[in-house]
Ligand binder design. Structure first.
Ligand SMILES: Nc1ncnc2c1ncn2[C@@H]1O[C@H](COP(=O)(O)OP(=O)(O)O)[C@@H](O)[C@H]1O
Ligand SMILES: [Mg+2]
Length: 351
């Protein structure tokens, strides 16, 4: 019998639009021989609708005006095991959910917590790993305790910055080796709120920009080198795909580069020695296990001087658009997008 799968997209997140692109790719590639596929859109203001919009309409945002839309939400009631439609008081039983969501209120453990309550199998990490990987202050602290190489960093509460600006400036000099530095919100994604700061004069503005996205701010030394990404798949015994490299067209791999211009070049495999690539794959799986990831994650690194492997971050719901690295890396390993979705769903059922 076919399984009923719901794809969640949109959401209250600065990455709402990217989520729609990822969802469209998922909707186009899920095998209709194996699955009955439902689309559930979440508006930017947080309203949930079951929709019959096409993948194109999901992609371009027109889905919000689709005449078929009816209010529907995931209920934590396990006897329903799916959606509740308040207008008709109907319920729709689901076999699994694919949260094609990115950033806050989607990739950060919130939706995962609701799915856990509902008892419905779902693709990707559970609540804790999602929340930990989303928060750069927390994940940096855990990974550094495990001895995984990262950029030198510091973090603080944005509300303390007014009083502590002088000590933050001192620590930039003493702990991070001075400018340039990267200033980021602890929680965000897709480079939103991230700045590269060349000199002290620009620090306050960058902190304010990061603080707009989150109540904690992370500052890192600037790593010069290659930027590479490793796709990981699995539950207890994760597998790493090839390693891909980003040749960014801007000063850093920013939001426009990722989604608007499509100007950054991808190299698959990365232009690195086999030895370094193996170290990246091993480190990716180790970090994945350490932080309790399940299903999938894209683990991002820098490589300094062609040899030093520096972990940047883990993305638990990586971009899944037609130009995204995660599906491309598996494709390069011989796993097509429909097959990758089958494997992700199998991992969700296995858990
Ligand atoms: N410490 C760093 N050194 C050099 N470049 C960095 C550093 N941190 C971030 N970047 C650049 O900024 C981009 C976005 O930062 P990242 O930490 O990945 O945030 P996000 O979670 O928004 O993807 C990276 O892809 C990279 O190009
Ligand atoms: Mg990133």
């Amino acid at each position: 019998m076919k399984k009923t799968i719901a794809v969640l997209f949109g959401g209250c997140s600065s990455e709402h639009e990217i989520s729609r692109l990822s969802a469209a790719t998922v909707l186009r590639n899920l095998s209709r021989d194996k699955y009955d596929v439902l689309s559930v859109g979440i508006t930017k203001s947080g309203r949930w609708f079951l929709t019959k919009a096409t993948p194109e309409q999901v992609e371009n945002g027109e889905w919000e005006n689709h005449p078929s839309n009816c209010q529907a939400f995931l209920t934590p009631d396990r006897s329903v095991h799916g959606l509740f439609l308040p207008a008709s008081r109907e319920t729709v039983r689901l076999d699994a959910v694919i949260p094609a969501l990115h950033g806050k209120n989607g990739e950060d453990g919130t939706v995962q917590g609701l799915l856990q309550l509902s008892g419905i199998p779902y693709v990707g990490c559970a609540a804790l790993a999602s929340a930990v990987c989303m928060d750069k202050a927390v994940s940096h602290t855990l990974l550094s305790a495990a001895g995984i190489g990262q950029a030198k960093y510091l973090w603080f509460y944005s509300s303390d910055y007014a009083e502590q600006a002088a000590s933050v400036r001192e620590r930039i000099a003493s702990d991070l080796g001075g400018y340039p530095v990267f200033v980021k919100p602890a929680n965000a994604g897709s480079s939103v709120g991230v700045s590269r700061v060349e000199r002290g004069d620009d620090l306050d503005a960058a902190v304010a920009k990061a603080a707009h996205e989150d109540w904690r701010v992370v500052i890192e030394e600037c790593v010069t080198g290659r930027e590479v990404e490793c796709a990981v798949l699995g539950n207890e015994k994760p597998e790493a795909a090839l390693v891909g490299e980003i040749g960014a067209s801007a000063a850093f791999y920013d939001y426009d580069d990722k989604y608007v211009n499509g100007t950054s070049q991808l190299f698959i495999p990365a232009r690195l020695s086999q030895e370094v690539i193996e170290e990246i794959r091993r480190t990716a799986c180790r970090a994945y296990r350490l932080l309790g990831c399940e299903g999938l994650a894209r683990v991002d690194f820098f490589v300094r001087n062609e040899t030093e492997v520096i972990l940047n971050e883990l993305n638990t719901l990586p971009g899944f658009t037609s130009i995204s690295m995660y599906p491309k890396l598996w494709e390069a390993c011989g796993v097509s997008c429909p097959e990758l979705l089958d494997r992700l769903l199998a991992l969700a059922f296995e858990r």
